[in-house]
Design a protein around this ligand. Sequence first.
Ligand code: TYD
Ligand code: MG
Length: 476
Amino acid sequence: MAKAQSRYVCQSCGAVAAKWAGRCEGCGAWNSMTEEVVEKTPGGLSASGRASRKLAFVDLHSESEPQPRLTCGLAEFDRVTGGGLVPGSAVLVAGDPGIGKSTLLLQVAARLTGSGAAPLARCAYISGEESIDQVRLRARRMGLSQAPVQLAAATSVRDILAALDGPEAMQVVIVDSVQTLYIDSLESAPGTVSQVRAATQELIRLAKKRGFSLLLVGHVTKEGQIAGPKVLEHMVDTVLTFEGDRGHHFRILRAAKNRFGPTDEIGVFEMTDAGLEEVANPSALFLAERRGNIAGAAVFAGLEGTRPLLVEIQALVSTSPLATPRRAVVGWDSGRLAMVLAVLEARCGLALAGQEVYLNVAGGLRIGEPAADLAVAAALVSAATGQEVPEETVIFGEIGLSGEIRPVSQVELRLKEAQKLGFTRAWVAPRGSRGAGRPKSGGDGLTIEEISHLQDLVARLEGPKRRALRVQPTAG
Ligand code: TYD
Ligand code: MG
């Protein structure tokens, strides 16, 4: 590292000061001054002593084969990274404290070094949070003590760089966590924006130079941001978030950004007392706690990346004593819920305005697909009318503002998964010309019923409480 000098830059207006201040003198913003390192270049760019080099432009096409990706053999992890780690790239694994990041990366390290199916790789695990004994203890509990992972406990970036910048470089370097690293030329404490940014920058620079894959662990702050705000996300090639509900055993690894693969893939793991176990069939896991048929529950056949995923959606509708009834959603978009409620009211004559509405995606999963609209509507209508959705039925379709049900993608994949899990009926969006000629029965005992309008769905769920909820629908 070159000898560095620091200055303080306002993150909102860019004003520069020599000393830290609580308030920026330029724009008056509070708490916006952060430390930045300046590396000395005498004079301006043109005045500097170094002669400029002429840039050599090249073609997009290349004759040489790119270096193969490193797969660790944990299929759930490899899929989320887009098919393995790219040499020279940086991956940030972010998540709440205690969610299992260290556990996951220790397992990845052990698999990479040969206890998995993949070819051997030289892999270093640098722990800044736990001592060597603590990591060893964890490895023993998980049965990984024999894996030839190079373990070190360090927090000084200078030391880490010196250890890694050698001829027989590592292929994978894991740093747990980036918030514990510090650069001694900066005054601020480890974990501050300037430290995290500078440390990451140095490590990424070395990763590119030596061609190793860098895996960084990052904690998420209370507000749900990766500490050292967005800066870190921009610097790395891939951001993986590791999520899960404290009350549940399973954890979901999701690609939030990936320069080398798709971002809609998820990996599902289950936390056991011997570490994380891959879940090859997540639908079965998410539906495991389903209690027969109850009003207000509907099974949605969704899609996460390339994988179909069945989840239960639960709704509760009850009369509210409040002037503004409460609406609470877990696992789905509240704006989308408001839209479905409005369409149910305006096009189907269900009076839901005075009702409290609670919606929950079972198991702690978060759904982003509009294809869940129809299943959400079914759960809501079923909760409101007291009429259960018929047994063993999966539902999917997008709802338009006039109440029409729109087709969704990957119908066959969703139906196949439903069939595999023993479902016998599917309420789906009309399949248009592509599906028109197909038999209505899926062959293996799956009856497919197309629903073209929301009124159609409401009619199927006429129940004991329906009359009380009736208002006059607007013509749609
Ligand atoms: P950890 O990987 O330390 O979390 P992070 O690095 O994200 O802070 O995991 C911590 C939790 O995982 C801890 O509460 C205990 C649990 N755990 C298990 O249930 N089984 C195990 O085999 C291990 C290693 C951890
Ligand atoms: Mg940890």
